[in-house]
Design a protein around this ligand. Structure first.
Ligand code: HEC
Length: 467
């Protein structure tokens, strides 16, 4: 089987091949997962303490698994008890050692590693789980068992508790009934927001109204539609680059929403509307009156954040073209040059069933190159939004080239591939492909950018000096 490299555009892909390896970041992740499992010491004897469920495993599952693995939440089985854990031990070992569960598929060997929403396991936690399964899932002393955790309603507004307030505005789509058996459907209703004054948005969250509808709602886009004769009150001239409301928020299983950086937000004007695009996938059961909804959390009245943040689609499939032959792996690239200094707030690859990996490399105006992020083990049913921590979000000078690379695997090696004998091209359906990345870009003014960079340098230097 050959690896086909398809380079579109003006630049050669040589530097990426050099920095990530010809196989793409996937190769390094596979090796990483394997080395964790291989390095595991025996569960008893000289390798360290015996691992037990009550003392070691239950606390990890409470912290990293049970929110999803409990009745009524999104996972297929519950992991609340010892019996559950024992029953699924083999599968747990496999998923955890391969870093497929918890769903956090960023490559840990390259790029930025500080995120606001990191839910991954540490290497030590993975080792503990693997040792426990290999030792035959010992129960341990009941006295060690931590009390059960009380989880809130899994279908609640999750940002409400983070922000300590209920949503200020909830906008629902119109209801849609999806037949038991039908092709994928795209429902695109437009609804009024009912807003009567201009407000700056601090956070947005999207979800299906009913938890059960997560089984059929593949993906939701919510565009903000409003007349913007002149956006007033903006503190920065850097906003010439973002004079339209664009995409408001995007949802897929694994992504709930986003709280914007403290100095940034989105602007909603009176008379604004939400134009929905709800992509549904039938699963053999009729779903009556399916609806999605979005919650908006405003900044206090009168508050104007310095920046207007814009969710931007960086598309590797130029002109909606992808060419993925049967039984082949392909590489596709695209490049964007920043017209102003900018901060990138997150990294969120979007591909479908043949999606394998995606990376973002910055090529700085002085010629330096740096991989900012890579997802090397992409899982099409998880659209994880990796939100950079405040001190880690990349600050990029004007003229930086963002170099995006997407890998598709249309061979039988890809366990998610429904049919390696099919040619695959760009398209909306789940069995078609896409290759883009949703990134919230905050453009900065030059002097502000210089100050932020200097502040970061000072902080790093201080950390190095401290003993
Ligand atoms: C954000 C929610 C979430 C978290 C956190 C999470 N899971 Fe999952 N898990 C799911 C969903 C949804 C599925 C089914 C879809 C899939 O496999 O991707 C799943 C599938 C699995 C499976 C495969 C089940 C099967 O039928 O083969 C295993 C095993 C598993 N999870 C274990 C874990 C363990 C162990 C943890 C914690 C260390 C964990 N998960 C954390 C949501 C989650």
């Amino acid at each position: 089987m050959t690896t086909r490299t398809r380079t579109i555009g003006v630049l050669s892909s040589c530097f990426l091949a050099a920095s990530l390896g010809a196989q793409g970041p996937a190769a390094s992740a596979g090796a990483h997962g394997a080395s964790v499992a291989a390095a595991v010491a025996p569960a008893t004897g000289t390798g360290g303490d015996a691992v037990t469920y009550t003392k070691h495993i239950a606390p990890i599952f409470q912290q990293k698994c049970q929110e999803c693995h409990q009745p009524g939440s999104i996972a297929p089985m519950s992991l609340l008890t010892y019996d559950d854990a024992k029953k699924y031990a083999k599968r747990i070992r496999a998923k955890v050692a391969a870093r497929l569960m918890p769903p956090w598929h960023i490559d840990k060997t390259v790029g930025i590693q500080e995120f606001k929403n990191d839910r991954s396991l540490s290497d030590a936690q993975i080792e503990t789980i693997v040792r426990w399964v290999d030792a035959g899932t010992p129960m341990g002393d009941l006295a060690d068992l931590p009390p059960a955790v009380k989880f809130p309603d899994p279908n609640r507004w999750q940002l409400a508790e983070k922000l300590g307030q209920a949503p200020d505005l909830v906008v629902k789509s119109l209801p849609y009934t999806l037949a038991a058996r039908t092709q994928d459907k795209w429902f695109r209703p437009t609804v009024e927001t009912g807003l009567t004054e201009a407000r700056w948005v601090r956070a947005i969250e999207v979800k299906p109204v009913r938890a059960s509808d997560r089984k059929i709602v593949h993906h939701v886009l919510a565009y903000l539609v409003q007349d913007e004769p002149e956006v007033t009150g903006l503190a920065s001239t850097a906003h010439d680059h973002q004079m339209n409301p664009g995409l408001f928020m995007e949802w897929a299983v694994g992504k709930t929403g986003q709280i914007f950086a403290e100095d940034a937000g989105k602007l909603m004007l009176p008379g604004s509307r939400i134009q929905w695009e709800i992509h549904m996938h039938a699963i053999g059961e009729e779903y009556k009156d399916s609806q999605v909804e979005l919650a908006v959390y405003f900044y206090p009245k009168g508050f104007v954040p310095k920046h207007r943040t814009v969710l931007t689609m960086f598309n590797m499939a130029r002109a909606s073209e992808l060419d993925i032959p049967p039984n082949e792996k392909t590489v596709t690239q695209n490049f964007y040059v920043l017209q102003a200094p900018a901060r990138l707030e997150n990294f969120q690859p979007h591909m479908h069933m043949r999606g394998k990996a995606m990376s973002l490399e910055a090529v700085y105006p002085d010629g330096r190159k740096e991989v900012l992020s890579a997802v090397s083990n992409f899982q099409w049913n998880w659209h994880v939004n990796y939100v950079y921590a405040d001190g880690a979000a990349p600050l990029l000078p004007k003229g930086t080239m963002l170099s995006f690379t997407a890998w598709h695997d249309n061979t039988a090696e890809n366990p998610n591939n429904p049919d390696p004998s099919q040619w695959v091209g760009w398209g909306d359906r789940t069995v078609d492909e896409m290759a883009h990345n949703w990134i919230d870009v905050t453009y900065l003014e030059q002097d502000e950018f210089d100050k932020l960079v200097a502040a970061r340098k000072a902080k790093t230097a201080a950390q190095k000096v401290t003993p």
